[in-house]
Design a binder for this molecule. Structure first.
Ligand SMILES: [Zn+2]
Length: 460
């Protein structure tokens, strides 16, 4: 899908031109100029392609994620950002081994992927009857005796939504289904992937087991394979042979940060994405795009600072979080380490590479006029000009928001996000450059306005 932003951008550029010959532009005019400059050309696609092609997947805690951090620091330096830092934190690493699922007595080898933090089968695998459930509620209601020693299959279906909200609603099947299985005595849990494609790509992702509950094998089935298994369940008893050999060990990850320093020390606005990714694809939509958008927005602002000598009042800080996929570990570590700092506003780009359609805030009442200004500057990008003050913040921003940091959400169109999310299909060819550029334009303008403003934004 292509956007109508390019003709609008051309109009924006025409409107902005007379201001160049006059006195220094005001902050709103400058924000519009940054918006149009980013639409006319920015570094996001080049950065994303370079990250994809030279680093690839960046599973948290691994050497691949460390190479991602080295890449990020080199790019930050090249873009002229300063105060480049790596802030380490510990995590429990998890790496998949082999995974195999076959229906006994058939030649069906099902497409499966182990879920993060799940346990292993014995090396020879397990063979057990399958207990099938239409959804998580049906599984929850089942007596333990119907589940004990069995391979549980939960055929919980997710639908397409523009705002991605179906992931929140349906995510419990992956987050909680395996732990529930462990508590009920199941041998393993299989889920229909949280995905909206119909390729033979299982969608991985994290699950979790409460303290004291031993992790059991837990895997996601590709949608066509989940539907096959559901048909076999309807037809009669099914036996399955299952192998999954993930391993866990203590490890380390880190957040990477860099700045455009403001003229007034202390106050900081944060923009970022997460650098880690799942291992199956190349971490392009999730979340190389957010990394590239954040760096390119900062680069657009830095180019303006260098060309005009105009500096923002507040420091603009790019934060590339580590280990998001294993439970927001980097986001939590970052919020804890910076809880005494005056971070006034934070935003995260972590919903793919498609266009932004809405702006929302969660800030102090006194800061709301800033968001009205932002909405005005972003409206020509096709972004809804009626912000609410109920923003959730991206996953890594959540822990900051809990400490009182104001939140900006620029919500992206997630219609096709869950086609590729956490699958081998999360690759660069899915990126629509015009939509990626629209993201950079919006973030560059919004962050400039936030950083040149002095209204209070923190909620506590
Ligand atoms: Zn993500």
């Amino acid at each position: 899908m292509r956007l109508t932003v390019l003709p609008l951008a051309a109009i924006g550029i025409m409107l902005a031109q007379p201001a160049l010959a006059q006195a220094p532009a005001g902050r709103i005019e400058t924000a519009a100029k940054l918006r149009d400059a980013a639409l006319a050309g920015n570094k996001a696609y080049g950065l994303l392609a370079h990250l994809t092609d030279t680093v690839g997947q960046r599973l948290a805690g691994t050497e691949a994620e460390a190479r991602g951090r080295a890449w990020a620091k080199a790019q930050m330096a090249q873009l002229g950002l300063v105060n480049i830092r790596e802030e380490a934190f510990p995590l429990t690493m998890w790496e998949r081994g082999q995974a195999r699922a076959t229906i006994v007595g058939s030649n069906h080898s099902l497409a499966v992927a182990a879920l993060g933090t799940s346990g292993a089968t014995p090396a020879a695998g397990i063979t057990a009857p399958v207990a099938c459930f239409a959804n998580l509620a049906a599984f929850r209601a089942a007596p333990d005796a119907a589940v004990k020693g069995r391979i549980v299959f939960i055929d919980h279906r997710m639908s397409v939504t523009q705002d991605g909200s179906s992931y929140g609603v349906n995510g419990a099947v992956r987050r909680a289904g395996p732990a529930l299985g462990a508590q009920k005595g199941a041998a393993a849990v299989l889920i229909r992937s949280l995905g909206t494609d119909h390729h033979r790509n299982p969608h991985t992702g994290s699950t979790s087991f409460p303290a004291g509950v031993t992790p059991i094998p837990a895997l996601a089935l590709a949608l066509p394979d989940a539907e096959l298994l559901a048909r076999r369940c309807t037809a009669g008893p099914v036996q399955m042979q299952l192998l999954s050999t993930p391993t866990s060990r203590p490890g380390q990850s880190a957040n990477v940060t860099a700045e455009i320093p403001g003229t007034v020390p202390g106050e900081v606005v944060v923009l970022g994405g997460h650098l880690d990714s799942w291992d199956l694809g190349q971490g392009v939509f999730d979340d190389g795009a957010g990394v590239a958008i954040s760096l390119a927005a900062a680069a657009t602002i830095k180019a303006h600072v260098d060309a005009t000598g105009q500096r923002p009042r507040r420091t603009i800080r790019v934060v590339l979080w580590g280990a998001e996929e294993f439970g927001l570990i980097g986001g939590r570590a970052y919020a804890a380490a910076h809880k005494d700092e005056q971070i006034v506003l934070a935003g995260e780009s972590d919903a793919g590479a498609d266009r932004i359609f809405q702006i929302d805030s969660r800030v102090a009442e006194a800061g709301l006029p800033l968001f009205a200004e932002m909405a005005g500057v972003l409206a020509p990008l096709g972004i809804d000009a009626a912000p609410t003050n109920k923003a959730g913040g991206g996953p890594d921003v959540g822990p900051l928001a809990a400490t009182g940091v104001g939140v900006i959400d620029l919500s992206q169109d997630m219609t096709r996000y869950f086609d590729v999310h956490h699958t081998p299909d999360d690759t660069l060819d899915k990126v629509d450059r015009a939509q990626l550029d629209q993201n950079v334009a919006a973030w560059a303008a919004a962050m400039w306005l936030a950083a040149t403003d002095d209204r209070p934004l923190r909620t506590k």
